[in-house]
Design a protein around this ligand. Structure first.
Ligand code: NDP
Ligand code: MG
Length: 334
């Protein structure tokens, strides 16, 4: 069944006119939500940690950031745009007791609501308004008069009124200019985790590394392996982004296209598909969420060790050197 998509005509900004909206966290998403909503005529207040760069940024943008408790107390609508790993703690200690019945809690990712990490009080409605792009794009598109597509989902405590308010919120950040797709907290959370684990972050990194190692172990120069298995990925992804697989295949050579059809399915085998199903199941059953939440409670020892080890991989060393040869690349290091 095709998704339901809302546009400008389906949303009425006037339902927000007597509401105060608190944006908690002035980071990637926070700075865009706050400014777009303000430019849409909404009353917006911001909460940030005093003395941090994003606090100063909010001040520069004309906000007077408050403490989280204070902002929540003043607001009718509270948007939690803090890093996902700290939301549960901040919610328990600084948000929960300051919410009142009739308030609405907005999240831009479903993880904490879906996996029950926020003990939302009775009478408070939850809604997901999730832009499908980073905050700087959300802001830039809005300023240009356009928008970034968003997802909307009703969570625990939501009513018809929540949908009206949520759609108005999505309009206020520019989402309905592009289209706001109806989903559920479960679907957004599970597909997001699955996508980043199997394709975007996990799958692609593992594929690139394994191919690089195969070439290097076979005696090819690491520089050549880097170019073929990592550097050129951008070209391919850009083509797919613009016109799907078909446009990518149209643009590459016939030799590359034939290799794609005949060799690709030998890389993603039945065994790989079975593993994808297991990973999806770990997401659906909450096993992954539990592991990641406990990992953070323990101060992330495995995460930090994995991060350290991965940084030392050969492809990272050779890549750093090669990127310096390509002056057009805005080379980054952390
Ligand atoms: P960021 O890390 O960019 O921003 C979070 C902000 O919260 C930072 O400014 C941080 O300050 C501040 N902060 C940290 N702790 C506190 C605290 N205790 N009280 C007040 N402020 C605090 O996060 P994102 O904008 O990336 O993510 C926010 C939400 O949006 C998440 O749920 C994420 O999943 C979702 N999302 C993100 C997208 C993205 O592309 N970034 C896309 C769609 C959804 P400091 O910088 O000093 O740590
Ligand atoms: Mg994601």
């Amino acid at each position: 069944m095709p998704a339901k998509i809302y546009y400008d005509k389906d949303a009425d900004l006037s339902v927000l006119k007597d509401k105060t909206i608190a944006i908690l966290g002035y980071g990637s998403q926070g700075h865009a939500h706050a400014q777009n909503l303000r430019d849409s005529g909404c009353r917006v207040i911001v909460a940030e940690l005093k003395g941090t760069p994003n606090y100063e940024l909010a001040v520069e943008h004309g906000f007077q950031p408050l403490a989280t408790e204070e902002a929540v107390s003043q607001a009718d609508i509270v948007t939690i745009l803090l890093p996902d790993e700290i939301q549960a703690d901040v919610f328990r200690t600084q948000i929960r007791d300051h919410l009142a019945p009739g308030n609405m809690l907005v999240a831009s990712h479903g993880f904490n609501v879906h996996y029950g990490q926020l003990d939302v009080p009775e009478g408070v409605a939850t809604v997901l308004v999730a832009p499908k792009g980073p905050g700087h794009l959300l802001r830039a598109e809005f300023v240009r008069g356009a928008g970034v597509p968003c997802l909307i989902a009703l969570g625990p405590g939501a009513t018809d009124e929540t949908l009206r308010l949520g759609l108005a919120y999505a309009k206020g950040i520019g989402g309905t200019r592009a289209g706001v797709i109806e989903t559920t907290f479960a679907e957004e959370t599970e597909t997001d985790l699955f996508g980043e684990q199997v394709v975007l972050c996990g799958g692609v990194s593992a594929l690139v590394k394994a191919a690089y190692e195969t070439l290097v172990e076979a005696g090819y120069q690491p520089e050549m392996a880097y170019f073929e298995c990592m550097h050129e990925l951008k070209l391919i992804v850009d083509l797919m982004y613009q016109g799907g697989l078909n446009y990518m295949r149209y643009s590459v050579s016939n030799t590359a296209e034939y290799g794609d059809y005949t060799r690709g399915p030998r890389i993603i085998t039945e065994q790989t598909r079975a593993e994808m199903k297991r990973i999806l199941e770990e997401v659906q059953t909450g096993q992954f969420a539990r592991e990641w939440i406990l990992e953070n409670k323990a101060n992330a020892p495995s995460f930090k060790a994995l991060r350290r080890r991965e940084r030392e991989h050969g492809i990272e060393q050779v890549g750093r050197q090669l990127r310096r040869l390509m002056s057009w690349i805005d080379a980054k290091e952390v």
